[in-house]
Design a binder for this molecule. Sequence first.
Ligand SMILES: Nc1nc2c(ncn2[C@@H]2O[C@H](COP(=O)(O)OP(=O)(O)OP(=O)(O)O)[C@@H](O)[C@H]2O)c(=O)[nH]1
Length: 203
Amino acid sequence: MDPDRILATFKILIIGESGVGKSSLMLRFTENDFDSDQALTIGVDFKTKMLDLDGVKVKLAIWDTAGQERFRTLTPSYYRDAQGAILVYDVTKPDTFQKLESWLNELEIYGTRNNMAKMVVGNKIDHPNRAIGREEGFRFAKKHRMMFIETSAKTSEGVKDAFEEVVRKIMETDGLWERNDYGDGGVDLHGNRAAGAAGSCSC
Ligand SMILES: Nc1nc2c(ncn2[C@@H]2O[C@H](COP(=O)(O)OP(=O)(O)OP(=O)(O)O)[C@@H](O)[C@H]2O)c(=O)[nH]1
């Protein structure tokens, strides 16, 4: 098999309250960058990234939505067909942790795949004003049968692991994903051209 072939494309959502660092996590993961003045998201933004995981290439389409209600549109289409979701809270802001329950509800209402891989992420652990302990985050995730990790988009701690664990979980879940179809000519229609490319969704 051609080692450059992309096995599959996975859609991963990032959800959570405004300001928790969703766009920053996406920027850190896709471009290894951080902006301390990151602008808030209006509507939806997405980026793609190629990932080589244990010798297998997959393409990730990462969707980042506005945390602020008034900038949230297109909700059902945002959730449609997603195989993975990252639910983010800010470890310095207890209200963002408490709101996780309603984000989880939204995921259950609009998600179209019931065995979606879900990861709870406590972000901003570099910050001195931590208010939610690691154990608390872990307990919430365990209660809802989700994975858990703490991160800092600023220092990059945990960010790669968060995305990679979601991808691993998707890959090991039967029926959650399909192989890319290259047709009989073996031409990679989705191929490396898209690697690392970024774009905005106008759908
Ligand atoms: N110290 C610290 N600041 C962070 C971290 N992640 C994000 N920030 C900052 O927190 C602020 C909000 O980050 P965003 O990435 O815009 O948050 P968001 O969740 O996408 O917000 P919305 O677009 O409104 O939904 C920005 O000023 C970021 O620079 C982090 O890990 N540590």
